[in-house]
Design a protein around this ligand. Structure first.
Ligand code: PLP
Length: 458
């Protein structure tokens, strides 16, 4: 018990050179808290496990470890070598340089967010993307909200609460993160009316379900799965025609909603926003950070009278988009308007990357490391777009004895090697796969550093 008295006081540790440097780096409150916890740990270890009282050097090192861990961010950049272009867990779409610049400008200065410069009076934040969206999509009106999940909720809540909404059974989808169409419909107060079977739905199924309490038809895109085999579904055009005859609205939740035709890159044709509008949907909603390649946002386009009703609903205020998202979105949309999306938006650069260029990059990695083998394999689009679709690619592969341990080493390298960012790779047939398609050229040096250090680890 005598030993406990050799434990220094909080003040004594603060007075040391290390203590003073922690005060400068982490501030008084946090440093004192870390020292107190370190001393408490030492005390209880001594009493319960009869360990020796640590010396001052060890106590200071323990304090620093706590301070570092408490202040290290959990949100930090990683290198995506998985070949999944829209990786939901890795933040979906990286922004273009112009989008980033506008976030920097709008975030660091005052802006015209809700200020009408001509009148010198209050304006609306909804103006900013409105003009670009309506011009680009030939739509009457547009509204931007926090994300596409809130877009769906707002549409149903504001326009169909207390009424029936008809949807095909094959479209009662669950997106990742627990977003389920039937649950969202329940939240909106609309009554869900399922029609058809899992694999087949006919136009007559819709028409038979329409009654006096029906207000709308919802179509939801099967973003993350495909139904193959004996299947049928009426086109949106047919559904819209039938709905219009009954005076019903048609809402189309496209999920990803491409503005460029994915078929020109050898992929299946992902439904396009322009097509849904042309086919007669009254409102179309889609994400800002899927195939649009912008920030998290939900975009609703279509009939002006309906958009007005959405804007004036109280929920619109609760799901409004913030200025950083609005600025990044406006800059992203301008790329489409100017016909430069493929050159300027990172995800389209990745989708359009020439195969030969990818092969050369993989071969360069192999030469630089003097290890591995370059093979032909597949990249995927991911992020709730084009399920089951892939793009041919070349990747650097390694055969290692413990692939999962190797992946973990790549992930945690930022903690062990300084200035060596974490790398996300994948395993295919027991081999480690590193796909250049999703790695930015400016990340290559870091990638090779991380790889070299993990390859050297026994
Ligand atoms: C992704 C998706 C959503 C949700 O969009 P978020 O922008 O992630 O909120 C809704 N519906 C469909 C069909 C989707 O694919």
């Amino acid at each position: 018990m005598n030993d406990l008295r050799s434990l220094p006081s909080v003040d004594a540790l603060l007075e040391t050179n290390f203590g003073k440097s922690y005060l400068g780096a982490y501030g008084h409150t946090l440093t004192v808290q870390a020292i107190r916890e370190t001393l408490a740990d030492a005390r209880s270890a001594h009493l319960e496990l009869e360990t020796k009282i640590p010396d001052q050097g060890k106590l200071l090192a323990d304090t620093e470890r706590k301070l570092r861990s408490w202040t290290s961010p959990t949100l930090y950049p990683v290198i995506n070598a998985s070949g999944v272009i829209l990786h939901t867990n890795l933040g979906r779409a990286p922004l273009s340089a112009d989008a980033l610049q506008s976030v920097q400008d709008m975030g660091s200065q005052y802006s015209t967010l809700e200020f009408d410069m001509e009148k010198g009076a209050r304006g609306s934040r909804l103006e900013h993307a409105h003009q670009t969206l309506t011009r680009l999509l030939n739509a009457e009106a547009a509204l931007v909200v926090n994300n596409n999940a809130s877009a769906v909720l707002l549409m149903l809540k504001a326009l169909t609460s207390g009424y029936k909404v008809v949807i095909a059974r094959s479209q009662l989808v669950e997106i990742g993160g627990g977003f389920r169409i039937p649950d969202v419909m329940l939240q909106s107060g609309a009554e869900l009316v399922e029609v058809g079977t899992t694999n087949r739905v006919h136009l007559r199924d819709y028409v038979q379900a329409f009654d006096a309490e029906t207000e709308a038809v919802l179509r939801a895109h099967r973003s993350n799965f495909a139904i193959v085999g004996f299947t049928t579904e009426p086109t949106l055009k047919e559904i819209a025609q039938a709905a219009r005859n009954q005076g019903l609205y048609v809402f189309d939740d496209l999920g990803s909603g491409a503005l460029l035709d994915t078929a020109q890159y050898g992929l299946k044709h992902e439904p396009m926003v322009q097509e849904s509008l042309a086919d007669g949907a009254d409102l179309v909603c889609f994400s800002g950070d899927k195939l649009l390649g912008g920030p998290q946002a939900g975009i609703i386009v279509g009939r002006a009278d309906l958009i007005e009703r959405l804007k004036s609903h109280p929920l619109a205020r609760a799901v409004r988009a913030d200025k950083m998202a609005l600025s990044a979105l406006s800059a992203t949309l301008l790329h489409y308007l100017k016909g430069e999306a493929e050159e300027k938006i990172p995800i389209w650069q990745m989708i359009a990357a020439p195969l030969e260029e990818i092969r050369q990059r993989a071969e360069f990695w192999q030469k630089a490391l003097g290890r591995g083998e370059v093979i032909a394999t597949q990249s995927t689009v991911g992020g709730g777009s084009l399920p089951g679709e892939s793009l041919p690619t070349f990747a650097l592969t390694f055969r290692v004895s413990h692939p999962h341990k190797f992946l973990a080493g790549l992930r945690t390298s930022s903690l062990t090697v300084s200035h060596s960012p974490s790398v996300i790779a994948r395993i295919q047939e027991e081999r480690i796969i590193l796909d250049p398609r999703t790695v930015f050229p400016h990340q290559e040096e870091d990638l090779l550093k991380t790889l070299a250090s993990v390859l050297e680890t026994p």
